[in-house]
Design a protein around this ligand. Structure first.
Ligand SMILES: Nc1nc2c(ncn2[C@@H]2O[C@H](COP(=O)(O)OP(=O)(O)OP(=O)(O)O)[C@@H](O)[C@H]2O)c(=O)[nH]1
Length: 841
């Protein structure tokens, strides 16, 4: 009478479905092997293009769960109710899908932003909870406190970190309005992140300590991978809500009776049961109609991505081989078990007429860490968890760990306490187990009537004990109720919770970063307001200081040149006054001449040295003046070089002086004109004239001769002339010899002056001294110039960086403002999705 509702599936997947969606794509190769539910893929990668207004197909006639005994109006009422439920479910599903994509877009935008503007992540330091709350807040304490004998199961089997889609934890956004928030970016912020909490656990350092000690870029990269994880989880949530099949994971400790329980649900022995651990791979039990009605096992090869249409990915084997397959852990990763459930739809779990069910029998939790981790990871795609615990053993540590994790995630957590037939004091056992459940999952405990069942699965199939069967029937009808009727909550609820938690984190992150970017922007603006005039002033100051410095050098060098020239010239002009050398007679006249020459040259050298000393003093004050300019304008940026004035004029000390030869010759001893001496003839006359004029007091030798002739007569004069000439020459010689003392300094001074004039000695030395002064003054001047250059370049770079950063901050302020608005608005939209609405009809 009823037409079955099938989820969409590709026509290429084999069996034709009445309501199959037109097109699908194959899963990405990177998807895990178990992503195919066996009912066909639920999601295509081009889901984004699908018409969100178009619900998944709904059968024209909904199946009814009631048997033929129901009267027509009741059947109609139920059909109507199911129609409404389906409508609501689809509306919520489409809306949640849309929200998931919207959030993924937001996260991708945030990732991009994180590249250009590393996002600030605040240190989290929650205030210590009051003592009475501490116990409740930390359930793990309860888990680990009693067992101090060995490492905790958390250590042994670290579960993969789960994204929180918790039902118990209500979003904390509402709480914000009541109490004023502490100042942002202080180490203490209002609340901890839910989803975007960074996993910072290194040594003994706490998260807040690590956040402070890590580079901003490291935090940004951690956050980036967190965002990537979150996008991945959102996609898996999308897969989950788009997967029309409901997945029920049956897990629990080793040998708790999981396979027996599954068989009991199927009412036939499909899965191998054994007293020793046997199920080592995941066995997913599905309705065989999905497999063209063929009952068989598809043992999926390790590493292969299951595709029912591609036999290379699995090995098809008869059901009876399952016993061997479940232990071939090295060959197979999991098994799809297609079985026929011939029971009527109101009884069958697999063929329930409402939704496709995949019943997954998982390996025992304590099998090994790999399997345990796989079970934890498998939760991602699970809608309902049935946890089977042996009444004899109660909860092990890994069981508690698993349940605590699942309780955060799942809307419903079924706990099946199996092997209850083996318990003598059943009441005590019940009480003890319920006490433990109260600690592990309070919400399950609160609903224990429906969610916790004490059964004996092994008695169900043979049905010998009606009491035990009755307990199991109760369990089954509760399970059906949750899997089928409340699937809106079990399937869609985790996505809603996750979105709310994530959007809340995004809001918080946006608020913090908007605040930081805003404050940084203000600081940058005021920084730039100072930097710009400072830069302009520096450019101007550089020109004027450079001019001043050049002037200083020019003035100092000119003064040095003038002073040197004046002093050296004066000394040369007065060189004959140089320190007198003692006259020690004519016989020592050569020695006298040599000493006089040395004394004269020494006095000139001294004058040069004095000029150098004066130049040194001028240089010291010039250097001081330039340094003062540097310190005045560049402050500590100016590097004052050590100046050693004593090293000045060391290398080229009056090199010129060494070229003055001024050798002595005979004429230096007599002071007469060199031309007359060379005239030859006039020599004796000159000598005579001089001698006779001195002798007789007459001015000329002609007068002397005339007068002498007149006195003695011509004859006598003729006789006297020879002796007179001899006497004259003797007198002249005497005079010349007696004038040597005066002649030498005079002649030498003249000679030296002439030589120095030929060498341009005064100018050359003055030039040398002023050049050395200029050379020395150029060092601080260069220091000053490069100091200014550096300072201006530094300011320029700072200005450019600040301008660039300002631009980035402006973008960040705008971006985070938008993100804040978007997260708040979106969270409001998600919060309004009423998943319970359909179930309440
Ligand atoms: N007395 C009693 N025995 C049970 C019950 N359920 C299961 N068993 C027995 O417990 C043993 C283990 O059962 P399984 O179903 O193989 O247990 P399991 O949890 O699937 O085992 P693994 O998958 O290997 O971890 C079998 O011998 C079952 O017959 C029960 O309710 N009562």
């Amino acid at each position: 009478m009823s037409q079955r509702y099938y989820p969409a599936e590709s026509s290429s997947k084999g069996a034709k479905r009445p309501f199959a969606r037109a097109s699908r794509t194959t899963p990405a190769p990177s998807e895990p092997a178990f992503s195919d539910s066996g009912y066909g893929e639920s999601i295509s990668d081009d889901m984004r293009n699908f018409d969100l207004n178009e619900d998944l197909p709904m059968p024209p006639t909904m199946p009814v769960l009631a048997g033929p005994s129901l009267d027509a109006p009741e059947v109609e009422r139920r059909q109507h109710q199911m129609h409404i439920q389906q409508l609501h479910y689809n509306q919520n599903r489409v809306a949640l899908s849309r929200s998931i994509y919207r959030t993924i877009d937001t996260l991708r935008g945030l990732q991009e932003m994180n590249q250009s503007w590393p996002i600030h992540y605040p240190a989290v330091q929650r205030p210590e909870p009051p003592a009475h709350m501490q116990r409740k807040a930390s359930m793990t304490d309860d888990f680990f406190t009693p067992d101090t004998s060995g490492p905790s199961s958390r250590e042994r089997f670290p579960p993969p970190r789960r994204a929180l889609t918790s039902f118990e934890r209500q979003p904390k956004v509402e709480n914000r309005s009541g109490t004023p928030e502490p100042r942002l970016m202080s180490p203490q912020i209002a609340q901890e992140f839910n989803i975007l909490k960074l996993d910072l656990r290194i040594g003994s350092l706490s998260q807040s300590e690590l956040v402070h000690s890590l580079e901003k870029e490291s935090i940004a990269s951690l956050l980036d991978s967190k965002l990537a994880q979150s996008i991945k989880h959102l996609l898996s949530l999308r897969d989950r809500i788009e997967d029309t099949a409901s997945k029920v994971l049956v897990t629990g400790d080793l040998n708790a009776g999981k396979s027996t329980f599954c068989n009991a649900l199927l009412r036939k022995k499909v899965l191998p049961e054994d007293q020793q651990p046997c199920t080592e791979i995941f066995c997913e039990v599905l309705d065989c109609r999905v497999n063209n009605g063929v009952e068989e096992v598809h043992a999926i090869y390790k590493g292969a991505t299951y595709d029912r249409m591609d036999e290379r990915t699995y090995e098809a084997r008869p059901l009876k081989d399952l016993e061997d397959i479940v232990i071939e852990v090295d060959k197979y990763s999991q098994a799809k078990v297609y079985v026929e459930d011939a029971r009527p739809i109101e009884q069958s779990l697999l063929r329930n007429g409402v939704v496709d069910i995949a019943l997954i029998d998982a390996p025992g939790l304590n099998m090994d860490s790999v399997q345990t981790t796989a079970v934890f990871a498998r939760q991602e795609e699970i809608d309902v968890v049935v946890f089977v615990v042996s009444a004899e053993n109660h909860f092990t540590l890994s069981a508690k760990e698993f349940l605590w994790n699942a309780a955060n995630e799942k809307a419903y957590l079924f706990i099946v306490v199996n092997r209850f037939d083996n318990i003598r004091d059943k009441v005590r056992c019940q009480r003890m187990i319920l006490d433990q459940i109260a600690n592990i999952s309070p919400s399950t405990f609160n609903d224990s009537q429906d969610l916790v069942h004490f059964v004996s699965s092994n008695a169900v199939i043979d049905g010998k004990d009606p009491d035990k069967s009755h307990d199991f029937d109760n369990l089954e009808s509760s399970l059906r109720g949750f899997v089928l009727d409340k699937r809106a909550r079990s399937k869609l609820g985790p996505a809603k919770s996750y979105l709310l938690n994530l959007l809340q984190d995004l809001e918080q992150l946006a608020l913090i970063n908007q605040n930081i970017a805003g404050r940084e922007l203000d600081a940058l603006r005021s920084n730039l307001a100072q930097l710009t005039p400072k830069y302009d002033e520096s450019v101007k100051a550089r020109i004027s200081v450079q001019d001043e410095c050049d002037r200083q050098i020019e003035d100092t060098c000119n003064a040095v040149y003038r002073n040197s020239r004046r002093e050296i010239s004066r000394t040369i002009d007065e060189v004959e006054k140089a320190k007198a050398v003692a006259w020690r007679g004519v016989l020592n006249s050569f020695q006298f001449a040599d000493e006089t020459r040395k004394a004269m040259l020494d006095s000139i050298t001294r004058a040069v040295v004095d000029a150098e000393d004066a130049a040194r003093r001028s240089t010291i004050s010039g250097v001081g003046a330039i340094n003062a300019l540097g310190l005045l304008h560049l402050k500590q940026e100016y590097v004052e070089r050590t100046f050693r004035p004593d090293l000045m004029f060391k290398k080229k000390r009056d090199a010129l002086g060494r070229h003055i030869k001024t050798s002595l010759d005979a004429f230096d001893f007599f002071d007469f004109d060199r031309q007359e001496k060379v005239a030859g003839m006039s020599l004796s006359l000159t000598v005579f004239s001089v001698a006779s004029s001195r002798l007789f007091g007459f001015s000329s030798w002609v007068d002397g001769i005339v007068q002498a002739t007149n006195i003695v007569g011509v004859r006598n004069a003729k006789r006297l002339i020879i002796p007179a000439i001899i006497a004259g020459i003797g007198a002249a010689a005497y005079w010349l010899v007696s004038d040597v003392q005066n002649a030498i300094p005079k002649k030498l001074a003249k000679k030296i002056k002439r030589e120095l004039a030929e060498m341009d000695y005064v100018h050359q030395n003055s030039e040398r001294i002023s050049k050395e002064t200029r050379k020395v003054l150029r060092f601080p001047a260069e220091e000053l110039r490069s100091g200014f250059q550096k300072s201006i370049e530094g300011l320029k770079v700072k200005k450019e960086e600040a301008t660039k950063r300002k631009g980035e901050c402006e973008v960040a302020v705008k971006y985070f403002g938008n993100l804040l608005r978007e997260s708040r608005e979106h969270a409001g939209v998600v919060r309004r999705y009423d998943l319970e609405a359909a179930s309440n009809h």
